[in-house]
Design a protein around this ligand. Sequence first.
Ligand code: DP6
Length: 345
Amino acid sequence: MNSNAWRSPSNIALIKYWGKFGRQLPRNPSISFTLSQSHTNTKVAWTKLDKQQDAVQVDFLFEGSPNPAFQERIQRFLTSINDEMPFLRDFALHIESENSFPHSSGIASSASAMSALALCLVEKEYQIKGLEIDTKFYQRASHIARLGSGSASRSLFAQAAVWGQHELEGSNNEFAIPYKQLHTNFQDYQDTILIVDKGRKSVSSSAGHALMNEHPYAQQRFERAAKNLTELLSALKEGDEQTFIEIVEEEALGLHALMMACRQSFTLLKPNTLAIIEKLRHYRKATGLPICFTLDAGPNVHILYPSRISKQIRGFIEGNLSNFCQNKYLIYDHMGTGPKKLSEA
Ligand code: DP6
């Protein structure tokens, strides 16, 4: 194998990972739905070197062009995992990566990008060790992806994934695990992403997580997230859409409330974010339909709903919400089946 390539999806957190410690370990457990349309394709060409180098040799093309900022992040990441993967210094790595969504769409790409790269690295490791791809392979990829970006640990599995120590059997801080007990109400869930602002995030996620180190509500937040996860897991299992809506929206607004209610605070919500939320809640009240929203660390709104009401909801979004998006830009995404191995040379 001289080169390998993987496609890996983004994910949308329902219970938010916000706050970390040690080596990329989460201060609270989180759960996400795995997406499908928003993904990264990454290809690594491996050239064996005559002798092991002191530093990993890497060059990187993003959508066909050099990208010094991404290259530097990848170089830092590969250097940081030297204890996990010393074999990387035996090769020169030529990495090419592309996203299915425009880079300037305001959609975070670290989850799909880091998980796609981790899959390429772990597949090479497996080849060197003579191992076959099995369940452990995805655990290992989740672990390596986590070291690159916490939320990336959750992109390795179909439908839904839980990351972080919790009473759920098998859950732990080192890697995410698939959550397979979804009621039919929650299978093939839809996520329409309304792009309110395409600009780059004004606050890096590392700076955001750092806020939780000294945050006045930190302890309450971490306990609340664990409790919310317990309740959400049973709602997902039992098909309880009302509880799902309540918890998901509490988590979305709670994340932004944490950013706002502290020293060094910041506000990432935009007037159009709030306008969309208000319209959505009004529509839900008027129709009784199980539609809700969630937010990342940014102004864009993810609208979640079951596929059985897709037609109606899309009509509502296009008629009433798309005006609040930048250039009416939105992305129809939905729950996906997880990463996919691409061709090999
Ligand atoms: C708000 O995974 O981007 O999207 O570990 O520093 O790379 P790093 O942070 P990142 O944080 C994601 C935060 C979030 C919530 C979530 O996805 O759980």
